[in-house]
Design a protein around this ligand. Structure first.
Ligand SMILES: Cc1cc2nc3c(=O)[nH]c(=O)nc-3n(C[C@H](O)[C@H](O)[C@H](O)COP(=O)(O)O)c2cc1C
Length: 192
């Protein structure tokens, strides 16, 4: 697949087939993603890949976090219990959840460099996945800032930053290409 074709036609996938992507394909996707630029070649991305039964405690922790941060009522009333159940079912149907994190740096410039590189890694992963017919959704949600959630997944809130959770699987459906604004609206050429 031509790289420009992948860039233009990759879409965020929100509806996945209920089959796993083979481990060797996932490893290949993340291997090529690792060719992302990385200042000082730190390659600071780390991945926790939740799948099969491994999704259960991860998703349970997300639901507990939603209660802690007030997205769902706590203690749970009947309506909230139903919400938790339906969100849990929805997330369990997604074949893989890849949590991407890195070690925080105190220097704000170095932090930005590391985060920028992680974002390049994520977009590379999405593009390589597309070549294999695999879809992804890049998600950033409030639980990623919840210290108790971070601890619950065996990370250290003072040390680690969760950059994203990628939802991964074969697309059940692919949304239409909405296109993008003409670049002339964005591009200012300064020649002298
Ligand atoms: C940093 C980042 C965070 C995102 N978070 C979410 C999210 O939490 N939920 C979601 O549905 N889409 C999320 N998206 C996906 C965007 O909605 C999507 O890229 C946009 O609608 C364009 O669609 P496309 O990727 O199919 O071109 C995120 C994208 C980025 C870059």
């Amino acid at each position: 697949m031509d790289i420009v074709d992948a860039i233009e036609n990759r879409r965020s996938i929100r509806n996945f087939k209920r089959i796993n992507v083979a481990e060797d394909i996932l490893k290949e996707i993340f291997t090529y993603a690792s060719y992302a630029p990385s200042h000082y070649m730190t390659e600071s991305w780390q991945i926790k890949l939740y799948q099969d039964k491994g999704k259960e405690s991860f998703i349970d922790e997300i639901m507990l976090s939603y209660q802690r941060i007030g997205l769902v009522a706590s203690p749970l009333d009947e309506k909230s219990k139903k919400m938790i159940l339906s969100m849990t079912e929805f997330l369990m149907k997604i074949p893989h959840h890849a949590l991407i994190y890195f070690e925080k740096l105190d220097d704000p410039i170095r932090f930005e460099e590391e985060y920028a590189s992680i974002c390049a890694f994520i977009q590379n992963a999405q593009l390589v996945a597309w070549k294999y017919g695999v879809g992804m959704l890049w998600t950033i949600t409030p639980y990623m800032h919840d210290k108790d959630f971070i601890k619950a997944i065996d990370l250290e809130p003072t040390k680690h930053k969760i950059a994203a959770v990628m939802q991964i699987g074969y697309p059940e459906s692919i949304p239409p290409n909405k296109g993008r604004m003409p670049i002339d609206k964005k591009l200012e050429i300064i020649s002298d």
